[in-house]
Design a protein around this ligand. Structure first.
Ligand code: TXA
Ligand code: MG
Length: 317
């Protein structure tokens, strides 16, 4: 249903323990009432998501955070003030009101305020915090259109709010500011450079160790069903032939290819991030034997794009 008219009905579904897929500025989320353990259990079932992979709790307003968790640290307050609503997820202590299933038993909770009118309207109308992972089956490509959600999850979702394509196209940046120096647990739509401008140097440690994890940082994740290979280094590329697809940053490769997607002919990394998963969904549906991908420049949101591409390739490596 449309994200403009369907919000009130979708909020009622959330309150009744149902699952609502909704657009955010990053990717579509699969939401449930975060205060309702049974509703949250349905998210894990719908996604076939392992129970060790914790969810992000979404709030309508930054002011809701203190109501939920009590006083927050100065570092959390600074980042929330600066970047919320927006594609930044912060790690805080899990409040008692949030059942452990949301955080996979962790004593910490990931939380963010999405920068999307339908998402915030939905959460506000439901009147509860909303636990929501990306609305795809575990390990697969993230959804940036409502159609991706329907194709991937179908009947497992009670309502899909259709807000068209998402603006950023890549998930939120996850930052843990509980230590002395902020640690980026997952590269995402908020560039590291923007974070550092606000809080000084940060450590980027997406998934370098086993625990505690941001399992969107599992080495293999975000993968199409078609084998994907990341090419590195310059030099002439082979012809793709009739059975291979290509995902390029600025331009088409020479030679024959069964399917080609170009992320941004202007070389704009923001545009490339916004188009990444949609292009991968299309190549995945093109019936090719292999998707060959060239990385984008390792700067700004390009770092998060390359992170997703490396993990997608690792699934097939
Ligand atoms: O942009 C986004 O963040 C989207 C939209 C829907 O908000 N959500 C999203 O959720 O990407 P999901 O579940 O696909 O990824 C959440 C990531 C996982 O890698 C999870 O392990 C990590 O957040 N995470 C959740 N709680 C955590 C915690 N307490 N400590 C460390 N990582 C956590
Ligand atoms: Mg995900």
């Amino acid at each position: 249903m449309s994200a403009d008219s369907g919000v009130a009905e979708a909020a009622a579904v959330l309150r009744a323990g149902g699952l609502v897929a909704f657009p955010t500025e990053t990717v579509y989320g699969l939401g449930a009432n975060a205060l309702d353990a049974q509703a949250v259990a349905r998210i894990f079932a719908a996604k076939a998501r392992p129970s060790f992979d914790p969810l992000i709790t979404h709030l309508a307003e930054a002011a809701e955070l203190e109501k939920l968790v009590g006083t927050v640290s100065p570092a959390v307050a600074v980042l929330a003030e600066r970047f919320w609503p927006g594609p930044l997820t912060l790690i805080v202590d899990r409040p008692a009101a949030i059942p452990p299933i949301v955080t996979s038993g962790l004593e910490t909770m990931a939380v963010r305020v999405p920068d999307h009118a339908a998402a915030r309207g939905l959460i506000a109308a439901a009147g509860v915090p909303v636990a929501a992972p990306s609305a795809n089956r575990f390990g697969q490509l993230s959804p940036t259109w409502a159609e991706h959600v329907v194709a991937g999850l179908g009947a497992a979702v009670d309502v899909v709010l259709d807000g068209g394509p998402t603006r950023c196209g890549i998930e939120s940046t996850i930052v843990d500011v509980r230590g002395e120096r902020p640690v980026v647990l997952r590269l995402g739509a908020l560039p590291v450079e923007s974070l550092e401008e606000a809080v000084g140097p940060v450590t980027v440690r997406p998934g370098s160790s086993g625990q505690p994890v941001a399992p969107g940082t599992l080495a293999a994740h975000y993968a199409p069903r078609t084998p994907l290979r990341l090419v590195t280094g310059a030099g002439p590329m082979d012809d793709g032939g009739a059975r291979r697809g290509f995902l390029g940053f600025r331009s088409r490769p020479a030679g024959e290819w069964a399917a080609v997607e170009v992320l941004s002919s202007d070389g704009d990394l923001t545009e490339a991030a916004a188009r990444l998963f949609d292009a991968l969904h299309r190549l995945d549906g093109a019936g090719v034997d292999e998707i060959v991908v060239e990385p984008v420049p390792e700067v700004g949101v390009g770092r998060a794009v390359n992170d997703r591409l490396r993990r997608a390739a690792a699934t097939w490596g």
